[in-house]
Design a protein around this ligand. Sequence first.
Ligand code: 13P
Length: 252
Amino acid sequence: MREFLIAGNWKMNGSSTGSAELVAGVLAGMPAGSGFSVLVCPPFPYLSAIAGQVKGSALKLGAQNVSEHESGAYTGEVAPAMLRDIGCEYVIVGHSERRAMYGESSFQVAAKFQAAQAAGLVPILCVGETLDERESGATESVVDYQLGAVIDAAGIGAFSSAVVAYEPVWAIGTGKTATPEQAQDVHKHIRALLSGHDVDVAAGLRILYGGSMKGENAAGLLAMPDIDGGLIGGASLQAMDFLAIANAAART
Ligand code: 13P
């Protein structure tokens, strides 16, 4: 049985005091129960302090990006082992903002995915189409290509300790959420694609939805059979907003 994962991607927001307050607020309101996990992915400079704050709690910690290299002369980069060392369990790879603004290719994303796993991190692999791609009917071929690069590099077995996030680019930060049916169609397609390689790995894989997810639309999305949680941007920056989504997962 797949457990929900409710993940907050704070992107490049916050401050040291603000992030400590946000985490304190999330910790104070964490829903009780089982069948779901809650994760925050703050900016790099705050990870260590937040690792201390969440220690011993059910709240999990992840990063938003990672180097594909192990160590060495890569100025400004952060190695997977460093993230593991300070207490991260997860890392987002291949977010559309990184693909679009920092030129990350699917091959580089695949290398990051593998490097993360080699260091004991669980990668959250983001895939998704732009509005143009959706309107030209290319949604499935885009996600197939993005996933295919990782399957080719890492093998299907690697998906037994990974998470996929379907994030339609047109729904990110726009207030335009995919309908539960639109999201479910793509999630089902992703699971079917992976099933073609390994039925059990596909059945166990958590596929998150991301793109203007909030308290008001979370229950509808989470009720879909192939939606196993959310990757939340804007609504993860206020404890009450984020907890509303975590509560929807706890109730579903
Ligand atoms: P929003 O929830 O702000 O649309 O962002 C989604 C996202 O990109 C999460 O990674």
